[in-house]
Design a protein around this ligand. Structure first.
Ligand code: ADP
Ligand code: MG
Length: 623
């Protein structure tokens, strides 16, 4: 057609309404990308029709055939005649209904879109009807409903997807890829609809099977295997408005993608930013931020509290009370995440060690750093005096409970100065719930017997976690003990860093970091939190300056404080390279046990590797 404006000189309009089939094909571009999208739409329709069991048959990855057979309410002749019409739906009557959508579908677009790009046959029979009806739709040419025999319920057969839109057909991937995407959809649907049975077949062979009676745990086990399902920790929450239940997995199952992070909102599969963020938050400190935790979570609420009409594929939603929801979810999730078993299973490591050529290498070499280079103090240690920080909000130092002791210095027979000053005993002879003996290796790793194997603890990582939690608690209680450096340490900083440190001097003192400007490009560090074992004033002060500059916030902000304390715990460290007696080891482990979680250091590295007897048997080919 000519685009020459003179063409408009004739009386004919250049604008024409598109034929309906083209309109439907355009709509199909939004929701029907591949066979898996058809599976999703058809299964949603079957679930909306109240089915108790459904079967998904696929051929050639779904490109040749997707057929969904259900035992739902079915359609009469009038409904069947309308089901392929665009914007025709039984699930919505007026715009008011959009505010409280309880069904999975509501747009009335899916069948019209699918019908315009494939060859479709629908058979349907309602519960009380003696016979059923069949209707054919070939690429948008809709036939008449004709009487036909068949079981109650509905079966929809979609053949030759994109046969009439070859450009789109070319975008389909190999059948195996399309198949796995289809199965992924069926699996998610089966995990989201717990009263419904699912069967999937490919080229006539059964490839997935979930019985209606299976609960969520059984479904996860069937879908992903027992290694994952055995490690899951249940989650439950109910605040009268929101209800949550499901499972979270230990951090070691985390993946780069979010394929095993499943949120179901009133049964609907959703991928929502708020939900992804809250899960990340629930794993904070336990998981490398670049990885996605594995979780299966059912969230329910009144449909009027959420807008599902945000995106054609209906995966994104908008919560009307997102702040309250976030807090509710975090409160429910965080304790469950902390309870997951975060130890690294030793089996894989053992196998690697045994497979290594010869045994000239020290087992685990490479993973071991020279403990001497691990966070040693950058300057010779100055003598410390313990003193109380003046002014509010600090109260006089109380005699600390055993778990509040700053740390262990020296051997048990040579109590640290700090400890002597407080007259407390380092170890508690009454605590013996941790069965010894313990073995210390390379002054870094602690080996401990367990009822069914043994575990190796990284004493540095564990102590780092304990120090961090202790600092956090001191802060919360408004009591941070400071050790004063008799000879202040001078740390060179830039002018802008100096300005920041000077500006936040008082707030930093409240965390136990005492600095004074010293000339134009340096600060004198006069005190450090007493909890730190081998403080590294230079490293810590530079980290703090960097954090203040980057965040643009002061140490009053919760996230800044958290980062500063992380840095403090890490910079001070710690116990790599310290020889520990049995009682000290016991105290360290016991303090770890008292924390919400002692399984990772604050930077989410694991603190322990665990070997079960079964691991050993496998590694030595006994089983
Ligand atoms: P929507 O699901 O948004 O209403 P669809 O195009 O997916 O739109 O379906 C159109 C209508 O066809 C539905 O509203 C429903 O009434 C009917 N329908 C589709 N599939 C089934 C089924 N498996 N069982 C009963 N009715 C169905
Ligand atoms: Mg639908």
């Amino acid at each position: 057609m000519s685009r020459d404006p003179i063409a408009g000189a004739s009386e004919e309009s250049v604008i024409v309404p598109l034929p309906e089939v083209v309109r439907n094909q355009i709509a199909a571009g939004e929701v029907i990308e591949r066979p898996a999208s058809i599976v999703k739409e058809l299964v949603e329709n079957s679930l909306d029709a109240g089915s108790g069991h459904l079967q998904v048959d696929l051929e050639e990855g779904g490109a040749k055939l997707v057929r969904v057979i259900d035992d739902g309410i079915g359609m009469n002749a009038a409904d069947l005649a309308l089901c392929f019409e665009p914007h025709a739906t039984s699930k919505l009557r007026d715009s008011g209904d959009l505010d409280h959508i309880a069904s999975l579908g509501f747009r009335g677009e899916a069948l019209a879109s699918i019908g315009s790009v494939a060859r479709c046959t629908v058979f349907s029979r309602r519960k009380d009807d003696l016979t059923g009806l069949r209707l054919i739709n070939e690429g948008g040419r809709i036939g008449e409903p004709l009487e036909a025999g068949g079981p109650r319920g509905t079966s929809i057969e979609i053949r030759d997807l994109f046969y009439n839109t070859p450009a789109r057909r070319r975008f389909l991937k190999k059948p195996s890829t399309e198949l796995s995407r289809c199965l992924e959809v069926v699996q998610r649907m089966a995990l989201g609809h717990l009263e419904v049975g699912f069967v999937a077949t490919h080229n006539g062979k059964r490839s997935y099977d979930i019985e209606a009676s299976m609960d969520l745990a059984a479904r996860i086990r069937r879908t992903f295997g027992s290694e994952l399902s055995d490690a899951l920790v249940p989650v439950e929450g109910d605040d009268g408005t929101f209800k949550l239940f499901g499972y979270v997995a230990p951090p070691r199952f985390a993946r780069r993608d979010s394929a095993r992070q499943m949120w179901f909102l009133n049964g609907r599969i959703v991928k929502d930013k708020v939900l992804i963020r809250v899960l990340k938050e629930a794993y904070r400190g336990y998981l490398d931020p670049g990885r996605q935790p594995v979780a299966f979570l059912h969230l329910s609420m009144d449909p009027s509290l959420v807008d599902v009409n945000v995106h054609p594929a209906k995966a994104e939603v908008r919560f009307r009370q997102d702040r309250r929801l976030f807090a509710f979810l975090l409160n429910s999730l965080r304790p469950a995440v902390a309870q997951t078993d975060m130890a690294t299973p030793g089996e894989g490591l053992l196998r690697k060690a045994l497979n290594r050529d010869g045994y000239q290498a020290h087992p685990g070499q490479g993973a071991l750093q020279d403990p001497g280079t691990l966070s040693r103090p950058s300057s010779p240690r100055e003598p410390f005096v313990v003193r109380e920080v003046p002014g509010r909000p600090f109260e006089p130092v109380q005699r600390p409970k055993i778990e509040d002791l700053p740390d262990f210095s020296g051997s048990p027979t040579q109590p640290a100065a700090a400890e002597r000053a407080q007259g407390a005993s380092l170890t508690d002879p009454e605590v013996d719930e941790l069965p010894g003996p313990f073995l210390q290796i390379d002054k870094t790793y602690l080996v401990r017997r367990l009822p069914d194997g043994f575990e190796v603890v990284d004493q540095h990582a564990l102590h780092e976690r304990i120090t961090y939690e202790g600092l956090l608690r001191d802060m919360a209680d408004g009591k941070v003990e400071v050790q004063r450096l008799l000879v202040p340490e001078v740390v060179e900083v830039s002018r802008s860093e100096l300005a920041l440190l000077a500006e936040h001097r008082e707030a930093l003192a409240r965390v136990g970091i005492e600095v004074e400007p010293f000339g134009e490009t340096a600060v004198a560090v006069q005190g450090m939190p007493a909890r730190l074992r081998h403080p590294d004033p230079m490293g810590l002060v530079r980290d703090v300056a960097e954090i203040l500059a980057r965040t643009g916030k002061g140490p009053e902000a919760a996230d800044v404080i958290e980062e500063v304390l992380h840095s403090a715990a890490c910079r001070s460290s710690v116990m790599a390279g310290d020889e520990l007696g049995e009682d000290e080891i016991r105290t360290l482990l016991r303090r770890g046990k008292e924390l919400e979680s002692d399984q990772t250091c604050p930077h989410s590295r694991p603190t322990r590797v665990r070997f079960t007897i079964a691991d050993l048997e496998r590694a030595f080919h006994r089983k």
